[in-house]
Design a protein around this ligand. Structure first.
Ligand code: NI
Length: 284
């Protein structure tokens, strides 16, 4: 038995585990719960970032899931033919289930549960990817994620935001309004006041309070589903690729649904678009 080799193999695998296992201090958890956001310099390995870039680029090049509504321009009207400024892929784990086995996914899941104070087995999540192309990537205007969601429940959720490229003010790192998660969901409207644009914006925000969180590729920011956040247009020569995971504990059913008329506006506009696109029925 070659115990020396065995020992070094064990040490090597432990080092690998140590390198990929990220934890949060009690101070970081308290900071998140008090401010509604948190920034950490690393959530996954450089090797995994390189691997993720390959999958990411394939999904965007192939416009994966476009026919099923899982690929669209967040900042442009549905099915527009112009240059895309904020393309998004929903649910990339459906195409690549191995994304759920990544160091990123596993760390994000465990840390999300810790920040939400919910047992990991009761926390579920999935991802989406938002690309800000070089030079012309649009801003992601101020919004709260909860404004997009089912008005019949009170979610207990957060987002984990991983950039695959260095996220700076100029390339579109996230910016937050501290403590905004403690207030209500603000009034939102569709970007350009066009209900066919999926992206939402709120005008009810004091931007002088904004805190920008630049992070390296492989770092992460966390934000509560009610935290106001924004990212600037990408004015750099490189794309800014972000892979976002949303995790939540069991939501609470509301007695009375929240009032979110912007959601109804979008549903009606989409229904109208579909009825216009449908072929005319031939009378029999
Ligand atoms: Ni958001």
């Amino acid at each position: 038995m070659n115990s020396k080799n065995e020992l070094s193999a064990q040490l090597a695998s432990r080092n690998l585990l140590d390198k990929s296992h990220i934890d949060l201090t009690d101070e970081q958890v308290a900071f998140f719960q008090n401010n509604g956001y948190l920034s950490i310099p690393r959530i996954t390995t450089d090797e995994e970032i390189e691997w993720l870039k390959g999958i990411y680029d394939e999904l965007f090049t192939d416009r994966t899931g476009e026919a099923q509504g899982r690929y669209f321009d967040l900042a442009g009207p549905r099915a527009h033919n112009g240059q895309e400024t904020l393309p998004q892929v929903l649910g990339p784990e459906a195409q690549f289930p191995e994304l759920r086995e990544t160091v990123y996914f596993q760390n994000a899941h465990r840390l999300a549960a810790k920040l939400l104070s919910v047992a990991t087995e009761n926390v579920n999540g999935g991802g989406h990817m938002i690309l800000k192309p070089a030079y012309y990537g649009n801003e992601t205007p101020w919004h709260q994620d909860e404004a997009y969601w089912n008005p019949e429940v009170l979610p207990h959720s957060l987002s984990v935001w991983l950039p695959l490229d260095k996220a700076t003010l100029e390339s579109g790192c996230l910016q937050f309004i501290p403590k905004s998660h403690k207030g209500e969901v603000r009034w939102h409207r569709h970007i350009d006041n066009d209900p066919l644009v999926h992206g939402l914006v709120t005008d009810d925000v004091d931007v002088s309070q904004a805190v920008a969180c630049p992070i390296p590729a492989g770092g992460a920011t966390f934000h509560h589903c009610r935290t106001l956040h924004y990212s600037a247009p990408n004015s750099t020569a490189a794309a800014r690729r972000a892979y976002i995971l949303v995790f939540g504990g069991p939501p609470q059913k509301l007695d009375k649904p929240a009032h979110r008329p912007w959601q109804k506006e979008e549903q009606e506009a989409l229904a109208k678009l579909e009825s216009l696109a449908a072929p005319n029925r031939v009378a029999s």
